[in-house]
Write a protein of this length. Sequence first.
Length: 319
Amino acid sequence: MSSSSKTLNFYIFVTFFKWLVAMILGVSFIIFLVDLVEVLRRASSVPEVTFPIAVSMSVLRVPELLQEVMPILVLFAVIGSLWWRSRSHELIVARATGLSIWQFLRPIMLTTLTFGAFTVAVFNPMSLQASFSLKAMEKAYFASESVEPVLRVSSTGVWLREDLNEGVYRLVRAQEVKTENDVATMANVDLFVVDQTGSLNLSWHAQTLVFSNGSMRLSSVIDQSKPSKPVSIDNQNLTTSLTIENLFRQNQTFGDVHFWQMPNRIEELKLVGAAFGEAELKYAKLWALPFVLVSMVLLAAVFSLRMTRSGGVGKMILA
């Protein structure tokens, strides 16, 4: 590659990058202002929430929402960059020198691909951490508005797995779980113990299960190990090595898992027998994001690379 080609590629990269940064900053500011108005409205009845705290909460919300509109930002950044070059007749000069459209788009596509990889690998975990901090602040200042979490993974309910001995494990399935402090109350519960061969050693059904760190207390238990002869055994107390944290980690929503945690999350869902299709779909979407952004470049080129007079591209974009 000649020095003139390197200079041109660098110039195209800088121009596009400026437009991309401008789009990100502009949309971030809009998201921040809209959310700040909402936070101040909610804080009107909470004296502890001062203006700096409200600003902090709005800033923490920006990364999560910004990630959702990233393809649109890239689309309009490319349109703006190419529109500017068309308006200043740079495209005409570039084509007159024999530069093909693919040579012109290559720096933009490579930049977009790199930016997409950065978004997935770095920005996604950062936005998730910001989301966690925001939830902690909302729980601290808007506790009266918070609702105790109800964990639902799939139509089969909430699952919890515990390894007991070599190859032996216990499965707990509940249709609903409500948590308060370090205690979880489960309703309509099935408890299974599976041996090394995959056979059921134990099958219980309980009306409720109160789960706390180190213990499980089941009420109204029916032993269904022999389906033909179910036996009512009333209440049962079991010890467990699991904690409330294990319950949430095995049943957390997929929005609470970043890109690097996704493979382990999918394996955990497979182990407990829960539905993992949604998690695999999100993981695939994150992998595909850089290529989606590149496709936005090609889509923008369709609308922006016509050699029109000054102002013509802008009208075409608005149309």
